[in-house]
Design a binder for this molecule. Structure first.
Ligand code: ATP
Ligand code: MG
Length: 364
């Protein structure tokens, strides 16, 4: 059984007109029907562009925002049905690592206090001596010196601060860690160190992760399974190797195409296709397939009318596209083929979101 099981989760934020007779005028469908399963000891990577609902999904799982519908179970225990009082002691089992540790760590507390506070709040047995031993051990585990205990968050670099954030998430020995963009505020050189640290900690403590990023490259090496989100729903999910080897949904192909290839010869020779239009508003998502307004493979009139379900193709590879097999086999062609990027494809008028038409763009 999965450690984390999410079913048909929806988070719709009401939009209200601001006058005396305030009424609801529709809703922002930030998360709209997400299923996911994270097996114990594994990492589930969730990617998608800004505004697609990743943080809202994470916050709904953590019960930091109340879902509109659906269910979330941790180790078989339903989390959404619990009162806040019943939920509080369970919170030690699921902890979060945030994008910006400066914002999530109280600047007035030193590291010792930041790490001891959760132990006291959850009345973890052992008292001050045992707590002190535990946090010293934890500091070493996340690669910080014991002298860090007396210091305050602003005295550390971004990477060190994220190590403190990770230590704070770990101090209660949680079953699940949800990391929302854990490295996107960090320099590229530090990102890999923090990702490697998460990986080491997982092996050492048999942790289970849900890792969120807008960049496919970030979750690639840490994830067992990767899911791609678009406008509130998962549109493709597969074992990580498979997703990077053969991205199948047109949107995933677009995201892969947006990952720059370090080799200029490859970059110039890439045959790209423009991803049409802007990301639609989650307050007014397109009917039918939510991606059809931007999809170069869209077919009249099914894509505009019928919302594709997430269905299994092979070996755990799930795709929400009516024409996934036809696209993969080249039986239907994209509508617009643009020149390589080195020419005028990326103009001031076009977003730099380009669709890579290579069959297997994952190889880098
Ligand atoms: N409290 C809220 N009230 C109303 N709308 C909200 C609220 N929180 C988020 N939204 C909207 O829900 C959508 C999803 O937002 P969310 O922050 O989950 O996206 P995201 O994928 O995490 O984006 P990013 O990559 O920028 O962090 C957005 O359109 C956002 O404006
Ligand atoms: Mg976010």
């Amino acid at each position: 059984m999965s450690l984390l099981q999410v079913r048909d989760l929806k988070v719709h934020f009401p939009i209200k007109a601001g006058n005396l007779f305030t009424r609801q005028h529709g809703s922002v469908q930030a998360v709209d029907g997400v299923d996911l399963d994270v097996a114990a000891g594994t990492t589930f990577g969730l990617v998608g562009e800004s505004g697609c609902g990743k943080s809202t999904l994470a916050r709904a799982i953590m019960r930091l925002v109340e879902p509109t519908a659906g269910s979330v179970a941790l180790d078989g225990q339903d989390l959404l049905g619990l009162s806040e009082r019943r939920l509080r002691p369970m919170r030690r089992d699921f902890q979060m690592v945030f994008q910006d540790p400066m914002a999530s760590l109280d600047p007035r507390q030193n590291v010792e206090s930041l790490l001891t506070e959760p132990l006291r709040a959850h009345k973890i047995p052992g008292g001050p001596v045992e707590h002190a031993r535990r946090i010293r051990e934890l500091l070493e585990v996340v690669g910080l010196p014991a002298t860090a205990l007396e210091r305050y968050p602003h005295e550390f670099s971004g990477g060190q601060r994220q190590r403190i954030g990770i230590a704070r998430a770990l101090v209660l020995s949680p079953k699940l860690i949800v990391a929302d963009e854990p490295v996107s505020a960090l320099d590229v050189s530090v990102q890999a160190q923090v990702i490697n640290l998460l990986k080491e900690l997982q092996e050492r403590f048999s942790l289970t992760y849900l890792v969120i990023a807008h960049d496919l490259a970030v979750v690639r090496h840490i994830s067992d399974t990767v899911a791609v989100m678009y406008l509130g729903s998962i549109i493709e999910q597969a074992p990580a190797d498979q997703l990077y080897r053969s991205p199948t949904h047109p949107y995933t192909k677009a995201l892969m195409g947006a990952v720059p290839v370090p080799d200029p010869a490859v970059e110039v020779g890439r045959n790209r296709i423009l991803l049409q239009g802007d990301l639609p508003s989650p307050a007014n998502p397109p009917a039918g397939c939510r991606f059809h307004t931007r999809c170069p493979w869209r077919q009249a009139s099914r894509c505009a009318e019928e919302r594709p379900a997430l269905r299994t193709l092979t070996g755990g590879h799930q795709v929400a596209c009516h024409y996934a097999e036809d696209i993969a086999a080249g039986r239907i062609q994209p509508s617009t083929t643009a020149a390589p990027r080195s020419t005028a494809t990326v103009s001031q008028h076009e977003p730099a979101e380009l669709l890579d038409s290579r069959r297997s763009p994952g190889g880098r």
